[in-house]
Every structure is written in C-alpha cells, then in structure tokens.
Design a protein around this ligand. Sequence first.
Ligand code: AMP
Ligand code: MN
Ligand code: MN
Ligand code: MN
Length: 311
Amino acid sequence: MVIQLARAESPPLYRQSRSDDCQLQNQEAMKYDFHSHSTFSDGTLTPTQLLQRAADKRVDVLALTDHDNTDGLAEARMVAKENGVQLVNGVEVSASWRKRLLHIVGLGIDPENADLASGLAQVQCARLERAQRMGKDLERHGVEGAYEGAQEYCQEGLLSRTHFARFLIDRGYAKDMKQVFKRYLVNGKPGYVSTEWAALEDAVSWIKGAGGVAVIAHPARYKLTLTKMKEMLADFVDCGGEGIEVIGSGHNDDDIRLTAALATDYGLLASVGSDFHDPENGRRELGHVAALPEQCKPIWQHNALALQGAH
Ligand code: AMP
Ligand code: MN
Ligand code: MN
Ligand code: MN
C-alpha cells in the first residue's frame, strides 16, 4: 500500500514528552494518531464522523484500529481525502499471551488479505460466544436482559465489554465507566468471562502477512511486572512484532519513560495513539497525544506506513 500524504513537510520536531498535562505534539509538526475506534467496534462515532472529528482536531494522519474488525475502513477511506486526513488502515487484535489478554495493533494492513480476514473471523466468533456467556453470567447475578440490552448499544454487531458497560450504566448499576469496570466485567466480578483469543504469534503473523506492522498497544495497562513485561516483549519480537505504543492510553510520564527505554532495548519502533472511543472522554481525544521522547524511533518511519516526508 502506498500512502500519499496531503502535504509533505520536514520531519517533526520532537520534545521531551509529558502526558497528564500533555505537552501536545508540536503544532508545526505533523499530528499523528495511530489508535482510534468507530462504531465498527466500541466507538460511538461512525467512520465518517470520526474522520470529520480528526479534521477538526487537526490530525494529519489517523489510523482506524477497531477491535478485531476491519469493516469500517472502507467508509473511512471514502471520506478521508475530503477531510484532508491521511488514513492508515489499522486493526486492534485481541490476543492471548500466557492466558493474559494483550491488544496488538496492526498498522498499514491490507484488510482484504485472506489470512487476516479468516483470523479475525475466528476471533469474532470467540467474541460473540463470550458475549452470550457474559449475558448469562450477569443474569445469574441479577442483571436481566444484558445480552439483548448490550446489543442495542452496538450498531455493527461486534459486541464488546464496552457495550455491556454502557447498558449497565444506563440501567443504574454503576455511575460511570470507571465504576462499572470496577464492579463488573473484570476478573472475579459479575459478567467476566475468560476467553481464548488469538495466540500472540498468530495475531502478529496475520498482521505481517497482510503487509502491516504489529504494535503492542498501551503496554502499561497490562499491569505486568518488569520481568514479565520483558518476557512478553522478547516473545513479541521473536514472533515478528516491530512496534510499541510509547504514547498510549493511560500512560503517565513514568510509563512513557519506561516504555521508551524498553523500545530502545528491544529495537522496537515507537507509536503514538489516543485510543479515542467517544467524544465524552476528553482524556482520550483524537490527536490528544504527547510528543515522543527524543530517543524514540517513530513508527511512521516503517516502510509499511511509507509516509512521505516523515523519513
Ligand atoms: P473487550 O475487547 O470486549 O474485552 O472490551 C475491552 C474494551 O473495554 C477496551 O477496549 C476499552 O474500550 C474498554 N475498557 C476496558 N477496561 C476499561 C476501563 N477500566 N474503563 C473504561 N473502559 C474500559
Ligand atoms: Mn475499546
Ligand atoms: Mn486496547
Ligand atoms: Mn483501542
């Protein structure tokens, strides 16, 4: 895939980053956001609305990375140009590593690739079966009609915990997302169902086979010890992974420093992603991403992205 940028510019100016008070990417540099969701997974904006918002937020390059699904990319591509936004084809694959859930972002993929499509179809089946079991488990804990209820929040049929969460909040079981994910849907709580996702090596090989680059999403969110994190990264690199989100959702300044150091140690390219889902959540706004620390090699230098002017 050859990506044409609307405007070619000199390479971005990097600064030491801060996350919470968010020294945003230099306004004169390109604004990249390599992680976002639409209604084709658990986002609330359609791909068209997402691209319009990216333009409003002055994002130059956006990856749409729906969970286990690439069906929103066609619509996103149709409207990207008219909004002056360069679209990168993406996906966020749910993967299992030593019985833990990891999210692997694939960037620059060909969504038509047969192995990727059949791999994602398997994960989608696991997801549907999990959703049915989640509904039953919630019923056992006194929450009626959660499976059908969650479907009402899900426009394109790919049910996720977020749809259950929205249903539970609107029915008064919790006051907000934070509270609902404390009381429900997580390990040991009602509505949690463990699932066998794609094996890590399969997720990476589908992405690579589809011409893309595999990136570990939001590594700090997995709450791994440093030893486990290093073991996970070693396995990820062994099976062909090439990138890591240094600026990822939920990353504070310490997480950014640690992830940047790990990226250097493991020879991984650094990605930036807001993980935007929903306009109500200002902390994860499109393009609201800190600058990469100077030592990082940015992901947009990878050939799979072939971004003009960013080499
Ligand atoms: P699933 O892929 O169906 O397991 O759902 C995972 C999604 O739930 C993530 O991509 C987030 O969008 C959302 N999520 C998980 N944990 C939390 C949390 N603590 N607060 C808000 N959203 C969460
Ligand atoms: Mn999500
Ligand atoms: Mn994720
Ligand atoms: Mn995500």
